[in-house]
Design a protein around this ligand. Structure first.
Ligand SMILES: C[S@@+](CC[C@H](N)C(=O)[O-])C[C@H]1O[C@@H](n2cnc3c(N)ncnc32)[C@H](O)[C@@H]1O
Length: 251
């Protein structure tokens, strides 16, 4: 698919591929599932990931952003891979998406975060931190009346809260939530909305070629971005189409 799209045209590519979990991911809705079994394990998975990344990266605008969403299984290999393809200086952040819910391990600390590697194809990617301020922690002095320095200068709280850092606490899509469509590993709209708001502007083109249930495209539509999505699974495309119909009716 990437070979048919115009090069240097996307402000942001968000890629959420299979994570090498070694199992078939099955959802709760209709025939929603995808295979994340790799008989050759890492030796099969990594060349596959590299081939996809190398095909997709030329689609980025100069100073465009690539966000690769993975977890502890392969994120360290993927970082080395992307340092090799784009250069280590292209790395911007490893965003930790921390969530709660699901089971708890009795043998080790429970894994409750994913890693989102943000790289840019240039030195100066779009970064709109003002669009993604978050509420001050209740324990922060700013949450009350602000902070007074030793020299007596009063730092007042910003009305929209504090600039978000690289650890994002965002709940997973709750089984009871209206947002849930039953697609396995569906990501929350709040996660994609924050990412798209910070790394692009209205009218920009956003791509997601592992779009699954279509979360990125729905978030892009709501934020008045243009979008292109793809997925190997016809059920994913159907699910995405249904969600987009609802989203376009809302906007
Ligand atoms: C982690 S899920 C994406 C979930 C999505 N972000 C969401 O919020 O619903 C990974 C997706 O990659 C798709 N996929 C797997 N192999 C693929 C390939 N070779 N090309 C395109 N999509 C693929 C799967 O069908 C699955 O929908």
């Amino acid at each position: 698919m990437a070979g048919k799209l115009p090069k240097s045209s996307f402000r942001l590519l968000y890629l959420d591929p299979p994570f090498l979990t070694g199992v078939k991911r099955v959802g709760t809705g209709s025939d929603y599932s995808y295979d994340d079994r790799w008989p050759g394990k890492l030796q099969e998975y990594l060349p596959w990931l590299e081939k996809n990344l190398r095909a997709m990266i030329p689609l980025l605008l100069p100073n465009g952003s690539l966000v690769l969403h993975l977890d502890w299984r392969v994120v360290h290999y993927a970082k080395v891979l992307l340092d090799g393809i784009l250069g280590a200086d292209a790395f911007q952040n490893e965003i930790i998406w921390h969530y709660t819910g699901g089971g708890r391990s009795k043998c080790r600390f429970s894994c409750k975060h994913d890693s989102l590697l943000w790289y840019s194809s240039g030195n100066c990617p779009m970064f709109n931190i003002e669009a993604v301020r978050v509420a001050y922690k209740p324990t922060s002095g700013y949450a009350r009346s602000g902070i007074v320095s030793a020299a007596g200068k009063h730092y007042r709280p910003h009305p929209k809260g504090t600039p978000v850092d690289d650890v994002w606490d965002i709940p997973i899509v709750n089984p009871m939530s209206r947002e849930r469509v039953g697609y396995p590993t569906q990501k929350p709209l709040a996660l994609l909305e924050r990412l798209i708001s910070a790394l692009s502007s209205p009218g920009d083109l956003i791509g997601d070629f592992f779009c699954g249930s279509g979360t990125t495209l729905v978030a892009a539509e709501r934020l008045r971005r243009l979008w292109v999505g793809g997925d190997v699974s016809p059920a994913a495309i159907r699910c995405t189409g249904n969600r987009l119909k609802e989203a376009t009716a809302e906007t």
